[in-house]
Design a protein around this ligand. Structure first.
Ligand code: SF4
Length: 263
């Protein structure tokens, strides 16, 4: 987690912790009801069924509390925790749809949940990089809408063709990619993005996209770690979008520091 991100993600972390806490309470209520409601009926079928059901539901309830508590700890502390890789997969694959539903129940917009989710995903990704083997190969994966709409250079297959006129963020991204020796690719959609990822097989992806594409991209590429940055849309969706280049650079700076310090 970079210093810039640390300052920006405090409200999102709070939102995520509230969401996780409400989700944990709701899941425990549901599990308790699942045990209590059929309790007497199960006893009539076989004397052992109520306690067998109780043990199964107890294990499930403990799993829910432990997983969500670990997620809350990593969210609040920004440190790695045991099983963080599995925890990220669980959060990305199973938890996000549930959090969107719980978010609606407590009056949060879908975008607010997605921002909170990506902020915490980024915490987990950086915690893993810090405490495991730092990523050697990094891919900057950018959406096509960053390119100036009047630019007729075809950069989707070879971004190096960009003439670096500076009308859009592609010039700055190329300079950052060269400075840190990482790959830069521009994708026109999810299918192309998946193909690029399969070709490059990076250790880490730094992806820029809108809320929908970023969250679905993170889900699609799990367990591959994706550090997500939302694009800025001063002219509306999909048109001349922007990206905070200093955020991209600060993540790469942190990764290269990790690699320098790695044994
Ligand atoms: S910076 Fe590159 S991609 Fe952007 S408008 Fe100029 S030539 Fe086109």
């Amino acid at each position: 987690m970079t210093d810039i991100d640390r300052q920006k993600t405090r409200p999102e972390k709070k939102t995520f912790v509230v969401l996780l806490s409400v989700t944990a309470i709701l899941l425990l209520v549901v599990l308790t009801l699942l045990y209590v409601v059929p309790y007497y009926g199960l006893g009539a079928i076989h004397a052992s069924l109520p306690w067998i059901t109780g043990v199964v539901i107890g294990i499930l309830g403990t799993g829910v509390v432990v997983a969500l508590s670990l997620l809350i700890i990593v969210t609040l502390l920004g440190h790695d925790v045991p099983f963080s890789r599995k925890l990220r997969s669980f959060a990305v694959r199973s938890l996000l749809p549930l959090l969107v539903v719980v978010g609606r129940l407590i009056g949060l917009k879908k975008e607010e949940v997605q921002h909170a989710f990506v902020a915490v995903n980024n915490e987990l990704v950086m915690a893993q990089c810090r405490n495991g083997r730092p990523p050697r190969s990094v891919l900057l994966l950018m959406p096509h809408c960053l390119q100036d709409q009047d630019c007729d250079v075809k950069i989707t297959h070879r971004v190096e063709k960009c003439k670096r006129c500076g009308k859009c963020p592609i010039k700055g991204l190329l300079e950052i990619a060269e400075k840190y020796g990482v790959d830069l690719a521009v994708a026109t959609g999810g299918t192309i993005a998946r193909r690029i990822v399969l070709e490059k097989r990076p250790d880490l992806i730094i992806a820029v996209a809108c809320e929908r594409d970023l969250t679905s991209g993170i889900q699609d590429t799990t367990p591959l770690p994706v550090y997500g940055i939302f694009n800025e849309r001063p002219f509306g969706p999909c048109l001349n979008t922007r990206v905070a280049l200093e955020r991209v650079e600060s993540v790469l700076h942190e990764i290269s520091s990790m690699n320098r310090e790695a044994p």
